[in-house]
Design a protein around this ligand. Structure first.
Ligand code: SF4
Length: 460
């Protein structure tokens, strides 16, 4: 009989210092068999941490956990250790820097900046490694063998060529995938276009297919601080977990980690279920051996995102007195983006119409004028008949209120912000202030855990 997949759980003292983190990382990796004989002298090791945004844990992986892993790899004989990541689309396109005075596309942060701000670059280099942003990495076009939703992608050569590959996720809930653990973490290896286009209803299968390109040899999960609620960014809330987990089986890791987050049946997480189905590892928790701590001894009941606990229409329709929403057949991605667009449109003092999805029905006369009518997503933009007439009338009148894309993802929200700024309903200052508030909340929270940390921002 073949051996069961193992997942190691190591609990530590909170808040942890570097020595405690080092101990936890070593213990977790050693409980899964260690690195001896796996990393050979002179090998090249690639590490992919979750660095979602220019915010510290729980939004991004702790730099000290990454540094401990780099040190371990070097001690095992690695000649070169590369820490590679591509930040989220929202970070590239729309997160706001302290010095921002104007809006516009691509105002966000590159991965290399996020690594510097979080202190990752310094910590990795001191531990004997190097950092690389996916935007700056050499990419090769690869076929995804066995890919269901993903068939050909640009992928960083440095990961393909590495002798040993370590996936280093955080432990967070996610509005579009319920949780983001090791399978979802690999999305950051796609180039910017790949990251953008994967956010549709087939997102989960996309994520699973990425693991088919280069299966990680080891997963090391930073569960010191987890995130619950409307993750995986500023909408979520920190949960003190105090664990580091390790496994050589990506799917087994996600199965057990989601149970530690209070999800009793880990197969409700689509990425875990699909990855098990596609033969990438063991998803059934009864077939997985948990070593170190037990699940029960670390388990906390994470609040799931409202997108998984409430009917999606309750987050979108009938919420704001000034918004009339006309929604046809729409994927969950368009429902979610409609909810986010409404958050911005709610600031408009006048009535607005938002038109979304395949073939939405509109009355002969909208309650809004052309200037206050918005289309969201390719489906709404491709619908003919009355909607085509309406779009023609808007274009003739000079109103570009068309938020394109499938899905109409972060770039649509950036465009909407720009439109509202142009209409005088939103000021760049408001965006800067909102970002500053989030930044201070997360920075202050994290400083309690790591008093040695300060962000390396540019001078505003
Ligand atoms: S534009 Fe259409 S296909 Fe694309 S995410 Fe929206 S509803 Fe789905």
């Amino acid at each position: 009989m073949s051996e069961k997949s193992k997942v190691a759980i190591v609990k530590g003292r909170m808040p942890p210092d570097r020595t405690e983190i080092d101990r936890m990382v070593r213990e977790a990796v050693n409980l899964t068999g260690g690195l001896k004989g796996k990393i050979k002298r002179g090998d090249h090791v690639a590490i992919k941490p979750n660095l979602f945004a220019p915010y510290p844990p729980p939004i991004s992986v702790d730099r000290r956990v990454i540094a401990s892993m780099v040190t371990m790899a070097r001690e095992a004989g690695a000649g070169r250790v590369t820490v590679i990541e591509g930040v989220s689309v929202g970070t590239l396109m729309k997160r706001v820097r302290p010095s921002m005075t104007t809006c516009g596309m691509s105002r966000g942060f590159k991965t290399s900046e996020v690594m510097r701000i979080l202190g990752i670059t310094k910590a990795v280099e001191e531990a004997g490694g190097e950092v690389m942003g996916v935007e700056d990495a050499e990419k090769v076009e690869v076929n995804v063998n066995g890919g269901m939703a993903l068939h050909r992608v640009n992928y960083p050569k440095v990961v393909l060529d590495a002798d040993y590959f370590i996936n280093m996720p955080a432990m967070k809930t996610h509005t579009m995938t319920m949780v983001t653990l090791s399978i979802k973490n690999l999305q950051g290896l796609l180039d910017e276009r790949g990251r953008y286009y994967s956010h549709r209803d087939d997102l989960q299968q996309h994520m699973v297919d990425i693991s088919k390109i280069r299966k990680p040899d080891l997963v090391l999960l930073d569960g010191l601080l987890g995130m619950e609620g409307m993750g995986a960014g500023e909408g979520g809330t920190a949960v003190e977990m105090g664990v580091i987990m390790a496994s050589t089986d990506t799917v087994a890791m996600d199965s057990i980690a989601s149970m530690c987050m209070g999800i009793d049946n880990p197969l409700v997480v689509s990425t875990t279920r699909l990855a098990g189905h596609d033969g990438l590892g063991t998803s059934n928790p009864f077939l997985i051996e948990v070593v170190g701590e037990t699940i029960a001894s670390v388990r906390k009941q994470f609040l799931l995102p409202a997108t998984y606990t409430l009917p999606i229409d309750s987050l979108v329709t009938g919420l704001y007195p000034n918004i009339d929403i006309y929604i046809g057949g729409a994927c969950s991605a368009c429902w979610l983006m409609a909810a986010l667009a409404e958050g911005l449109l709610a600031k408009v003092p006048q009535r607005v119409s938002l038109i979304v999805g395949v073939d939405p029905k509109i009355p002969p006369q909208l309650k809004t004028d052309l200037a206050h009518t918005f289309f969201l997503g390719e489906c709404a933009l491709a619908t003919g008949g009355d909607l085509l007439e309406l779009r023609n009338a808007m274009q003739l009148a000079g109103y570009d209120r068309f938020l394109a894309g499938c899905p109409p993802y972060e770039q649509s929200l950036v465009k909407l912000e720009d439109i509202l700024i142009g209409m005088g309903y939103l000021k760049p200052d408001e965006l800067v202030e909102k970002a500053a508030k989030h930044r201070e909340e997360f920075f202050n929270y994290y400083r309690k855990y790591d008093p040695t940390w300060e962000p390396e921002y540019e001078t505003p």
